[in-house]
Design a protein around this ligand. Sequence first.
Ligand code: EPU
Length: 355
Amino acid sequence: MLVEKNVPLQGCNTFGIAARAHTLVRVQAAQDIHALLAEPLLAQQPKFVLGGGSNIVLTGDVQPLVLKMEIKGRRLLAETDQAWIIEAGAGECWHDLVQWTLQQGWPGLENLALIPGTVGAAPVQNIGAYGIELQDRFHSLCAIDLGSGSAFELDAAQCAFGYRDSVFKHSAPRPDAGQPRGLGLAGRAAITHVRLRLPKAWRPELGYLDLERKRQESGSPQPSAQQIFQWVCELRRAKLPDPAVLGNAGSFFKNPTVTPEQCRDIIARDPKVVHYPLADGRIKLAAGWLIDACGWKGKRVGHAGVYERQALVLVNRGTPEDSVTGGEVMTLARAIQTSVYERFGIRLEPEPVVV
Ligand code: EPU
């Protein structure tokens, strides 16, 4: 185990924010965590688990001990009549895993193509796109308790998945629910492996309007998983900035939900508001539309900007030598929240983890 000091993190977060880790350990196998916990000085420090850094905003140097998850490996764990169960190390690139499963002839992850980040981070925020969320393909995960060093497994119910949410995003017990939802694991556990269940009875998931449009343009009634993968890649490339070219952390806010009464009230004032009814009776609003309607596209605060093609994405308009700061990003985010609240009465909730 190599303990590195004063490590630059600019290349380890997709925003490209310049910050440093006071202490960083690269975790390439579960044994690295056990070795770390055997060192009393390291064991007692607060810890921050870092994956691909695609969903974080660094507002300063990171004082907790950074565990950079680099566990590799992917395999078919089991095959039944119904499904393929695959397992991947937390440090694998998510998009590479999607591509690999399709190459093997195991469809099911195609709608989740090109999502930046690592496999280990996928359950943390229950990644989702084009009508599929990780929880729809999730089997279980392996993790290590950073206090005791003991390994444990969680199934989907124990992960308490929600919209861009899981037990790994919460650090304190939540008053609204009992175990295991109340069992916040943020900073207390490191995910080492993720297992996914890909049903053999595959059906294309084309419920998302943009994908349905692609299908109509192509004229193919039953597109293959590979075809959907291509469409999703095209859609994402057209709408979302490539973090390798323009720093960003994907959608910066969650899409809010409102009651039908609140929605009627907003429609009365703004008939064009983009809204989708949910199964539970509430209405989901498009945060990107709300921000766009407030005139934020292309606006800047210092080096933090609102992306011109998708107002939900905040971007780094600086250079590697003079990059955006986490403070600038959060100042811009707060200004957006204030204007959306003043115009629509809706509080937008940030999506990335602010460190
Ligand atoms: N819209 C605007 N102006 C904008 C942005 C969006 O009018 O500046 C409108 C669009 O025209 C569309 C609606 O808002 O009618 C929704 O936009 P879009 O289809 O781009 O999806 P989204 O709701 O903004 C969500 C996810 C994305 C995911 C896409 C596709 C969240 C917070 N974001 O975006 O996830 O890729 O749907 O499924 O749920 C991410 O989490 O980082 C992410 C990129």
